[in-house]
Design a binder for this molecule. Structure first.
Ligand code: TXA
Ligand code: MG
Length: 313
């Protein structure tokens, strides 16, 4: 398959929307990471996403919409709390899990009776969804288990000639995937932390639980798999342990990622750094431990999934 490279302008989005309507696959920019999109109402289209990514079939996809109207078409009922989240955080990096209706084929939700929905905050993405006139299911546009793509170049590295088109837009601004919150449980439950933090959500709807455990019991099926991993072995450690680790591995090429100035910047660059250090042939990537509050919780969640060794103090 020859992948078409499209510009993020009217013409490019037009071509892309026609590909979506014909049940093809298009990678597109969002504010969090690049997504690999296909018509959420077509089983045939969705199969292509799983195939291109090498994604396990039991890991459900997020459905992307551009207007609230389309939400009513794919979900059953929207609770007052879910409505509040929508009013406050959409468009933006928050994915909300709601009861699905029959319109969404079960391949999208891996057989679950709920569906994850998000309205992205990116003009290209929103235009693409509008022009396609369909909700677009999209996981991150990387090969399964690899770090999520924050630049068009990352998508090309992973999926060139495996998908129909790539819209070459801006680099992702957030750099981490959306927060996922399950609104079908009695107390709302965060299944994946992200830029919209627990603190911000609780200000709007009151108490929420956090359940980001990996392993077999994970509620969000995607969280049980090895994730976000560069080829290099990732070690998380506090800075005062760096010297000792370097001495222990003095025969190996080590790449280093330090905490730096702000969590926001760290989040934006993290996955990209993983890919760069892999390309440089690093065998170990040593990452400085970050405090697990605010955005730090999301950063450490991704780092821990990528790491083979975690030294906490
Ligand atoms: O920022 C993002 O969310 C990006 C961009 C492209 O929008 N997308 C993304 O998709 O990260 P993906 O497929 O890489 O991650 C989706 C996560 C997985 O952990 C999946 O298991 C979970 O959401 N998920 C999807 N539907 C679910 C459902 N009905 N119940 C529980 N978890 C669900
Ligand atoms: Mg992903």
């Amino acid at each position: 398959m020859n992948t078409r490279f499209l510009n993020p302008n009217e013409e490019g989005i037009d071509i892309a929307s026609k590909i979506i309507q014909k049940n093809g696959t298009v990678a597109f920019p969002t504010e969090t990471v690049y997504g690999l999109g296909a018509n959420a109402l077509s089983k045939k289209a969705i199969k292509k996403i799983f195939k291109a990514k090498g994604r396990p079939q039991d890991n459900p996809l997020i459905v992307h919409i551009a207007t609230i109207d389309s939400l009513f078409k794919i979900t059953k009922k929207i609770s007052p709390k879910a409505k509040k989240l929508i009013d406050n955080f959409w468009p933006g990096p928050l994915t909300i899990i709601l009861k699905k209706n029959k319109k969404i084929p079960s391949i999208v939700t891996a057989g679950l009776d709920s569906v994850a929905v998000r309205m992205p905050k990116n003009k290209v993405a929103l235009n693409l969804i509008k022009k396609s006139k369909r909700p677009i299911a999209a996981p991150s546009a990387n090969t399964s288990t690899k770090p999520s793509p924050t630049k068009a170049k990352h998508v090309i590295d992973d999926l060139n000639n495996k998908i129909d088109a790539i819209i070459k837009g801006q680099d992702a601004n957030v750099g981490l995937e959306s927060t996922v919150i399950d609104m079908t449980t009695k107390t709302p439950t965060i299944l994946r932390p992200g830029k919209i933090t627990k603190e911000k959500i609780e200000k709007i709807i009151g108490k929420v639980n956090i359940k980001t455990s990996s392993g077999k019991e994970a509620k969000s099926p995607g969280m049980k798999y090895k994730h976000y991993s560069p080829n290099a072995k990732v070690i998380i450690a506090p800075k005062n342990k760096f010297k000792e680790i370097k001495i222990k591995n003095k025969d190996k090429k080590i790449g280093i990622i330090k905490k730096g100035i702000s969590k926001k910047r760290f989040a934006k660059k993290m996955f990209s750094k993983f890919r760069d250090l892999d390309k440089k042939g690093c065998e170990i990537i040593l990452v400085e431990k970050i405090k697990e509050n605010g955005l730090g919780l999301a950063i450490m969640n991704r780092l821990k999934k990528a790491a083979s060794e975690i030294i906490l103090n």
